[in-house]
Design a protein around this ligand. Structure first.
Ligand SMILES: [Zn+2]
Length: 147
């Protein structure tokens, strides 16, 4: 670190100044600094970058956290039609003392369909199965567990 004026070569006693003379930054004494333009180091331009980009990042991570924790509960409705559905339907219907025709009339469905379900010849679709569950008070769907 030289403490000599780069313009006049004099020893700088007090404050050394950096000025632009013909586009070149020079460390000069106070007297010579009047001959150049005040020099601003390039550091000041990069100062604005980190503060501007750090704000939106902090905001988005905070909002992500609350949405991810409530997800696990919904995975439970992994259910299938009970393979014993034929037996379940017949037993429930007989318990109520209904014929196929009577139950069919109550459900507004064909007795023939009920007969086919009870023999296992036909599988009720989801809508029909839920209807049967409601009318007969049975559970036709079972949860799927790993076997
Ligand atoms: Zn000087």
């Amino acid at each position: 670190m030289s403490s000599f004026c780069e313009l006049c070569g004099r020893k700088v006693i007090d404050e050394k100044k950096t000025v632009l003379i013909d586009g070149i930054a020079l460390n000069v004494c106070r007297g010579c600094s009047k001959r150049g333009k005040p020099y601003t180091p390039p550091m000041s331009t990069s100062k604005t970058k980190p503060t501007a980009s750090s704000n939106p990042v902090a905001r988005s991570t905070a909002s992500n956290k609350s949405t991810s924790t409530t997800r696990k509960i919904e995975m439970m409705d992994n259910t299938i039609l009970n393979p014993e559905f034929a037996k379940l339907i017949r037993e429930a219907r007989m318990k109520k003392g209904l014929t196929h025709e009577q139950l069919g009339a109550q459900m507004n469905e064909k007795a023939n369909l009920l007969k086919k379900f009870e023999t296992g010849a036909l599988k009720p679709d989801e809508l029909f199965a839920k209807k049967l569950q409601r009318f007969l008070g049975i559970h036709l769907y079972v949860g799927v567990l790993e076997d």
